[in-house]
Design a protein around this ligand. Structure first.
Ligand code: UDP
Length: 219
């Protein structure tokens, strides 16, 4: 599939689903995305449970598999020029230069644009105006949920030929600030557990999202 033909790609996880239940505008924005990929095993499990309990609405032949947003973004960085890296802390965003130098053969200053994600809300539009890449191919947004998809929805029409992806904590991993789970943990479908061990504060938002989704399903 040619991912670059999509304008807004959502990398769906449990937090997105819980937020969609609480906020109808956010729900509409995600539902209007051109492509939604299952970023976590939780989405695959939920889809399986949905099939089990509601066989009428979903094609039983289709088997969903996880495709992490970070893997999709890596694949695209390696093969396309002109990319905006928007978000994360200043020191994290600065270190992305080393990562792209290893991943892409493009000349950094001509092909990439970097902006950290800790600015005031009222500075945002002017910062977007400063982007000096003509027609970027890809705009990676790492601002966390729900902000990154709201950002994409707000600015995607300014860049009509660009593919936008919300990539969550990918910049932290590429910069070396956080570690990605080793391959055997990913294969064991335990990447989520590795992430929680590394960032224990995530347990509360995970539990909140799970509670919200299951309460809604039971009602
Ligand atoms: N982030 C940002 N600006 C903010 C808040 C978060 O650039 O105001 C970045 C953060 O540094 C990280 C990414 O967004 O690189 C994802 O953040 P987090 O992991 O907190 O989001 P979540 O995945 O929990 O939604």
């Amino acid at each position: 599939m040619d991912y670059l033909s999509a304008r807004h790609i959502v990398t769906l996880n449990l937090e997105h689903l819980a937020l969609m239940q609480e906020d109808s505008t956010y729900r509409e924005i995600l539902e209007s995305a051109d492509l939604i990929i299952p970023d976590g095993e939780s989405i695959v499990i939920l889809e399986f449970l949905t099939k089990l309990f509601d066989t009428s609405s979903i094609d039983m032949e289709v088997q969903l598999t996880k495709y992490a947003g970070i893997d999709l973004a890596c694949e695209l960085i390696a093969r396309i020029p002109k990319i905006v890296f928007w978000g994360a802390k200043l020191e994290v965003n600065t270190k992305l230069r080393d990562f792209v130098a290893k991943t892409s053969s493009a000349v950094i200053d001509e092909s990439f644009y970097f902006q950290h994600g800790f600015y005031y809300e009222n500075e945002e539009a002017a910062l977007v105006e400063k982007i000096n890449l003509e027609k970027p191919d890809l705009f990676l947004v790492a601002l966390g949920n729900p902000r990154q998809d709201l950002f994409i929805n707000k600015y995607k029409d300014k860049f009509p030929e660009t593919t936008f992806i919300g990539v969550g904590g990918s910049f932290d991993i590429w910069s070396g600030s956080l570690k990605r789970a080793p391959e055997f943990i990913i294969k064991a479908k335990l990447e989520w557990l590795f992430r929680i061990i590394q960032e224990p504060h995530r347990i509360s938002s995970l539990l909140k999202s799970l509670t919200s989704i299951f309460c809604k399903a039971l009602l």
